[in-house]
Design a protein around this ligand. Structure first.
Ligand SMILES: C[S@@+](CC[C@H](N)C(=O)[O-])C[C@H]1O[C@@H](n2cnc3c(N)ncnc32)[C@H](O)[C@@H]1O
Length: 178
């Protein structure tokens, strides 16, 4: 099994971006975000941010005192998020182009979103270790598991012993740091 992260072609990414844009209409990211306990002033990482469906509403929620770090492996994603933030005049969105390393100091984030990206990750243990490292002890991580069996995610969480599952609703999870 490869441990190299997967980067799709620009053409494939544009098709997926159109789908993600369409999906915003029925997934209603603003409503999901409101249920998570993200507050004004929070430092939030959106890991695998895509076109910013969640990063943009989170930036509005955390306000000027907070910050959203939108990380993605694909340059088109980074470009889309940057342009969306500019269009909406949001100054608290930073993009990170990466496939694993976040570049944060230990325990520096209040919240991590990992929505619909887990199935893409070749080295899941390494990613969970990195996210555990950068999350504050009081921090939370929320995950939506699409395109893979949520039970495999539960098995990984139990096996690696880094997070507690606080809430689960089908493929939606909120986790705390052990
Ligand atoms: C299906 S999209 C989901 C986007 C967004 N989280 C959402 O729910 O709308 C998956 C995203 O994860 C990104 N991705 C894939 N592998 C990654 C990796 N190893 N590290 C960071 N991002 C990755 C892809 O480029 C893509 O933008």
């Amino acid at each position: 099994m490869t441990t190299e992260p997967r980067v799709v072609s620009n053409l494939n990414y544009r098709v997926m971006a159109a789908f993600l844009r369409f999906r915003e209409r029925f997934r209603k990211p603003e409503e999901t975000i409101r249920m998570l306990g993200i507050n004004a002033g929070h430092m939030v990482l959106d890991y695998g941010c895509g076109i910013g469906s969640y990063a943009i509403p989170v930036a509005k929620l955390v306000g000027e005192e907070g910050r959203v770090y939108a990380l993605d492996i694909h340059p088109i994603a980074i470009d889309r998020v940057r342009k969306r933030a500019e269009r909406e005049n949001l100054k608290n969105v930073e993009t990170i182009h990466s496939g694993l390393e976040t570049g944060f100091e230990n325990a520096s984030l209040d919240y991590i979103l990992m929505f619909d990206v887990y199935s893409w990750i070749p080295n899941k243990r390494a990613l969970l270790k990195e996210l555990h490292r950068v999350l504050k002890s009081t921090g939370k991580m929320s995950t939506i598991i699409d395109h893979s069996d949520p039970q495999e995610f539960v098995n990984d969480i139990e096996c690696y012993g880094l997070f507690n599952i606080e809430t689960r609703d089908d493929n939606f999870f909120i986790l705390s740091r052990k």
